[in-house]
Design a protein around this ligand. Structure first.
Ligand SMILES: Cc1ncc(COP(=O)(O)O)c(C=O)c1O
Length: 405
């Protein structure tokens, strides 16, 4: 029997709080190992991972093929910088470009860097190709967006926590309501170089736009000679049951922004993929990153692309997502007021009269399920795509207990 004062968790939580800035409010759980969809804490308790590192762990923890690629690469070459070419680089860029159906790839590290890359490329394209007057480019973005944490990106956030007191803000962005095609169309002017949106808004609570919105964005972008930049950093790479969330409506953006799962849960890897008429505007010295496209990252990410090329993970997400959503829909009226999402990705709105999202996540944690709240009463579920049907049922049972006990 575990006696409370023998537990290592309380000390480890206190230590973490003592030695770090409080820019996160983590659940009081201290993980020490993981495999597949399961995590183990410092006291030996096991948890089913229903967050998957905000989709960075789509293939589960320590997927054998990815770990093997990382080990093999660690023993050969880890970093060159882009001053030299290494032997993993072209393979990764080619295979990712092919997965995206695009001509070129530009690798970076974090999601925010992919977004910054997209913004810079769109502006340069606007001036050099579209003919926008110098300094006048604007980009249309959506309310409720989450694209990262840099000063430029938070400049067009509509979330007070993300934005307030981080000014002065970068100009050149027009914010319109998400899912409202008429508003987006009206916001486009002659100096608009791009529309930047998430095909499903993850941080906002897994908000799926109305059917026809994404094809409408595609059409208006084509008509007005504006780049469609799809931030698939959280929604892409199998999460929604297809390779990209845009695929559900057969929409092909001008640029995919990728991150999170691209690093296989091992290394930070992000990238943008687009055709040469867009990415070709960048010339040497105009953009880059010391670690972007490093050998270790490329070796792991190439295996990620190969896992996705099999289609197995997309299929798992589609099929198991049906099971997850069917179970969740059954809880509407029994503690849940709404459920949204696609594939193995769900946003659940908890009845605010019952408890907050945070309280629900704390209770789930006590029952061995790890998930994360967002915006008060919403919980996001995004389990690794290797989760089994029984494990989904287990998560649903525990959620039912939390909501109805
Ligand atoms: C849609 C989207 N874009 C960009 C980012 C930023 O990625 P990163 O945290 O790796 O900078 C995130 C992170 O949650 C995201 O969900």
């Amino acid at each position: 029997m575990i006696v409370d004062d023998m537990l290592r968790t309380p000390d480890a939580v206190r230590d973490a709080e003592r030695w770090t800035a409080h820019n996160y409010h983590p659940l009081p759980v201290v993980i020490s190992s993981a495999e597949g969809a399961w995590l183990t804490d410092v006291d030996g308790r096991r948890y089913l991972d229903c967050l998957a590192g905000y989709s960075a762990l789509n293939f589960g923890h320590r997927h054998p093929q990815l770990v093997a690629a990382a080990h093999a690469q660690l023993d050969k070459l880890t970093l060159t910088s882009r001053a030299f070419i290494h032997d993993q680089f072209a393979t990764f860029c080619r295979e990712l470009a092919q997965l995206c159906g695009k001509e070129l790839v530009l690798p970076m590290n974090t999601g925010a860097e992919a977004v910054e890359t997209a913004i810079k490329v769109a502006r340069k394209w606007g001036y050099q190709v579209k003919g926008v007057p110098a300094g006048q480019a604007n980009i249309v973005v959506a309310e409720g967006n989450f694209h990262g944490r840099t000063t430029t990106i938070v400049s067009f956030s509509t979330d007070a926590d993300a934005r307030d007191d981080f000014g002065p803000y970068t100009p050149g962005f027009t914010v319109v309501p998400y899912g409202d095609l008429a508003a987006l169309t009206a916001a486009i002017d002659d100096n608009t170089v791009a529309v930047l949106i998430e095909p499903i808004q993850g941080e906002q609570g897994v908000v799926v736009p109305p059917e026809g919105y994404l094809p409408g964005v595609r059409q208006v972008c084509t008509e007005r000679n504006v780049l469609f930049l799809a931030d698939e950093i959280q929604s892409g790479l199998g999460r929604t049951g297809t390779t990209f969330a845009c695929d559900h409506e057969d929409v092909v953006p001008d640029m995919y922004l990728l991150g999170k799962a691209l690093g296989g849960g091992i290394v930070p890897v992000s990238a943008v993929a687009a055709n040469a008429d867009v990415l070709g505007v960048l010339k040497p010295g105009q953009h880059g990153s010391t670690f972007g496209g490093n050998p270790l990252a490329c070796a792991v990410a190439t295996e990620v692309v190969r896992l996705l090329a099999t289609g197995e993970f997309q299929q798992r997400s589609a099929e198991l997502g049906e099971r997850l959503h069917a179970g969740l829909r059954g809880l509407i009226g029994q503690g849940l007021v709404a459920v949204r999402g696609r594939g193995l990705w769900a946003g659940l709105d908890i009845d605010p009269a019952l408890m907050t999202g945070r309280q629900a996540c704390e209770r789930l944690m006590e029952l061995g399920i790890l998930a994360k709240d967002t915006h008060g009463s919403t919980i996001r579920l995004a389990p690794p795509l290797v989760i089994t049907p029984n494990e989904i049922d287990h998560a649903l049972t525990q959620l039912t207990t939390v909501l109805t006990a």
